[in-house]
Ligand binder design. Structure first.
Ligand SMILES: Nc1nc2c(c(=O)[nH]1)N[C@H]1C(S)=C(S)[C@@H](COP(=O)(O)O)O[C@H]1N2
Ligand SMILES: [Mo]
Length: 510
């Protein structure tokens, strides 16, 4: 390397490599989805006309995807290397290349099924790694340029040494990030593979009960598909637990400690039930709630086998990732279907939702009950424990509060003045919904019609037909549970034990 022209290209190439490796590593560490490069390749596949895809498959056989990822990578490498000499001319030109690449990556990642804001983090990290590495590598070159003669200056020994040390550093960072990403990715892929191959006897496909869905356009389905199910957890990266490595220990205030492996668990009698679970952080009208068909093993049976001792009132659950929650013993031993779930909507639990085993307890918020990747149940006393969210100011007890939501129309929407159909959901898990009422502009509450539900542990869809004066209106909804409790209109935020108030929306009748 006698002239610095090659060095500028090398700077672009190395910075590009480090940025790609960093984004790949972050993508694999934080999610089970693809890294940005594969996401772009998949987007290309989706956007390519079918006939062309057919041609490619004929040409490359089952390696078509590898070839495509290869092509995308080569294009990337060229563009990234080019950022080096571009930066020599003007820094913003290199930034522009990075920005465009990151944008393409963002579109590709964002268009994937089940993508979340967390997926964008990989791109952000990659973007800033590019900038930082390019700045680091080009600084000595730029200094040499400025000190040198016009034309093609040669690099002095000092500049060359600085540049080479920095180049080595950036390459090392890239390689490390790549290796870490790959190691994590292999573990993750093994878990996904194990999950795909699982056959769970006793687990049946969901059959949505007749009449559970109201017939209103744009109404979300009564059964929430796993891909649309809200996801809440503190996991920076989702635990990758292979079924063969999973163990559950039941201990504490019990007569006999029990340790179960996955085969022991799935070999037991499988219980199946519909249940709606929700997050304590769900604001009035919010979407942190979903309804699924859960299959698993009753916790009450396991606790009876272990023999719960007198004086216990809680079970401290611990996840593979160290997260904990304290659940009232009563909710795990009474007649409700509190279970160690192995399947959701008839399929093995998705990794994001706690594969291979998670807890589901109807009637309690997730933060005190729905432990994902659960590995430990300790029978204990509330007085003797604290758990992840209770240490952070949330209540020890978290029974779900009765609530209701309007889904159609949306806030700010338009509806027909005559015979408009408004619809939504209401829930009071394990007590059941008795009545839902709708209110226009603070007038009389009028009863909505309830759809059918199989039990009191699920949400209920409701629909009401309204006749409105043309113009702007305020619609409210409230529910009453089967114990006679009317949902309060008093507005309260989610901390410390769940939000209250009536979901209220503005609509225009035309
Ligand atoms: N291991 C673990 N389990 C967890 C959590 C968590 O952060 N870590 N969050 C809980 C909370 S607050 C909720 S609301 C539910 C959400 O379950 P979901 O992501 O399957 O919808 O999981 C619960 N189980
Ligand atoms: Mo939650």
């Amino acid at each position: 390397m006698s002239t610095s022209r090659g060095a500028w290209w090398l700077a672009g190439l190395l910075a590009g490599f480090a940025g790609l490796a960093a984004s790949y590593c972050v993508a694999l560490v934080i999610t089970v989805h693809d890294d940005p490069v594969s996401a772009v390749a998949e987007l290309v596949i989706r956007l390519t006309p079918g006939a062309l895809v057919e041609r490619a498959i004929q040409l490359f056989g089952r390696h078509d995807k590898t070839v495509l990822v290869g092509v995308v990578l080569v294009l990337l490498v060229v563009l990234l290397a080019w950022a080096g000499p571009l930066a020599r001319r003007a820094w913003w030109l290199a930034m522009l290349v990075y920005a465009v690449l990151a944008l393409v990556g963002a579109v590709a990642v964002g268009s994937q099924r089940g993508s979340s804001a967390a997926d964008a983090l990989a791109l952000v990290v990659g973007f800033f790694t590019w900038i930082a590495c390019l700045a680091l590598l080009t600084a000595p070159l730029r200094a040499a340029d400025e000190a040198g003669e016009a034309g093609e200056p040669t690099m002095g020994a000092h500049t060359r040494r600085t540049f080479l040390i920095r180049a080595g550093l950036v390459a090392a960072v890239g390689v490390t990030a790549g290796v870490v990403g790959r190691a994590v990715g292999v573990g993750r892929r093994q878990v996904e593979e194990a999950r795909r191959l699982l056959r769970l006897p006793g687990v049946t496909m969901p059959r949505v009960p007749q009449g559970a869905n109201v017939d209103v356009p744009d109404m979300p389905p009564w059964m929430t598909p796993a891909d649309d199910f809200y996801r809440i957890d503190t996991a920076v990266y989702v635990p990758a637990v292979r079924p063969q490595d999973w163990r559950l220990r039941i201990h504490g205030l019990v007569d006999r400690e029990i340790v179960l492996d996955y085969q022991d668990l799935v070999g037991r009698r499988v219980t199946e039930a519909w249940a709606t679970i929700c997050c304590v952080s769900n604001d009035v009208g919010g979407s942190l709630i979903g309804n699924a068909w859960w299959s698993g093993v009753r916790i009450a049976t396991l606790l009876a086998e272990a023999g719960v001792q007198a004086g216990a009132d809680a079970v401290l659950q611990t996840s593979d990732d160290g997260w904990t929650c304290g659940t009232p013993l009563g909710a795990l031993t009474d007649d409700r279907n509190a279970m160690l779930a192995i399947a959701m909507n008839g399929k093995p639990l998705p990794v994001d939702h706690g594969f291979p085993v998670r807890t589901v307890v109807p009637g309690l918020y997730g933060y005190v009950s729905a432990c994902k990747w659960v590995v430990d149940l300790k029978v204990t006393r509330f007085a003797d424990i604290s758990a992840y969210w209770t240490e952070r100011g949330w209540s020890e007890q978290g029974p779900v509060k009765i609530s209701s939501r309007m889904d159609v129309p949306r806030e700010g929407g338009e509806i027909a003045a005559a015979g408009a159909r408004v619809a939504g959901v209401a829930w009071a898990q394990h007590t059941g919904i008795e009545r839902v009422e709708v209110n226009v502009d603070g007038g009389e509450w009028q009863a909505a019609e309830l759809a059918r539900v199989p039990n009191d542990d699920t949400w209920v869809q409701w629909v009401a037909t309204l006749d409105l004066e043309p113009g702007d209106h305020l619609l409210r909804v409230r529910a009453t549970d089967k114990s006679g409790l009317v949902q309060t209109g008093e507005v309260h935020g989610a901390v410390p034990d769940g939000a209250t108030g009536w979901h209220t929306i503005h609509v225009t009748a035309t």
